[in-house]
Design a protein around this ligand. Structure first.
Ligand SMILES: CC(C)(COP(=O)(O)OP(=O)(O)OC[C@H]1O[C@@H](n2cnc3c(N)ncnc32)[C@H](O)[C@@H]1OP(=O)(O)O)[C@@H](O)C(=O)NCCC(=O)NCCS
Length: 197
């Protein structure tokens, strides 16, 4: 586990704020389980429609298990879960999953705890993690797949300039529900990088 990996987005211009607004992304630590559980519980109403794992049955043990699995998958290079933090507080998570070994693309997901919505945190996190995918994992495309009724998430994708590639039918399953989804992508060129195999 490269626990030294930290992705930082600084907000230190005099107009826009101070170091308090910096967000730092890092792998989940075992000691995050209580905070993660509280962040999820606070956010269940917003998470439930779009995240199959977000149910009333989510306990601190669920958070612990998630962290254990996420850390193991990081070692295997098959799944990267970043805790989105500010001043040591867990604000949410941003993940890279379904990493394709042949076509070199993956899925990017995010959620932000309800008390921190509306601050542009998801977009800042998504950009950091997409850049990580291009710079450190050698990927050439990151996909953001969003249920067509998930307007807040669609706004995030639009605001970060992700490419709108249209609607995919029956592309999303949440629990027992099937949804059409919007496909957005980010490319290395969006970050001034060159796609290389
Ligand atoms: C989607 C989500 C990650 C957005 O995170 P965020 O950090 O609040 O994102 P932003 O601050 O950029 O806000 C995005 C949009 O959410 C909506 N929004 C933000 N705060 C809101 C609030 N307090 N109440 C209602 N809507 C709100 C607005 O439409 C906003 O767009 P705008 O900036 O054009 O007004 C967050 O709502 C969330 O975690 N949702 C549940 C999980 C989820 O759907 N994840 C994405 C799966 S694809």
């Amino acid at each position: 586990m490269p626990s030294s990996i930290q992705l930082v987005d600084k907000r230190s211009t005099p107009q826009s704020g101070s170091a308090d607004e910096d967000i730092l992304l890092r792998p989940f630590y075992f000691s995050d389980s209580a905070q993660l559980y509280l962040a999820v519980h606070e956010s269940l109403k917003e998470l439930k429609p779009w995240m199959s794992w977000a149910t009333a049955e989510y306990t601190e043990m669920t958070a612990k298990e998630y962290i254990t699995i996420a850390r193991a998958r990081w070692e295997e290079h098959t799944f990267y879960a970043f805790a989105v933090t500010r001043a040591d507080q867990i604000l949410g998570a941003c993940t890279l999953s379904s990493i394709h070994p042949i076509y070199h693309f993956c899925n990017l997901g995010y959620w932000v705890r309800t008390s921190c919505h509306g601050q542009g945190i998801a977009g800042r996190a998504a950009k950091l993690v997409a850049r990580f995918a291009f710079e450190h994992l050698g990927l050439i495309r990151v996909e953001i797949v969003i249920g067509i009724k998930n307007q807040p998430s669609i706004r995030v994708a639009e605001k970060i300039g992700a490419h709108d590639e249209g609607i995919l039918l029956n592309r999303m399953v949440v629990g027992k529900s099937i949804y059409d989804a919007k496909m957005y992508s980010l490319l290395p060129s969006d970050f001034g990088l060159v796609a290389r195999l």
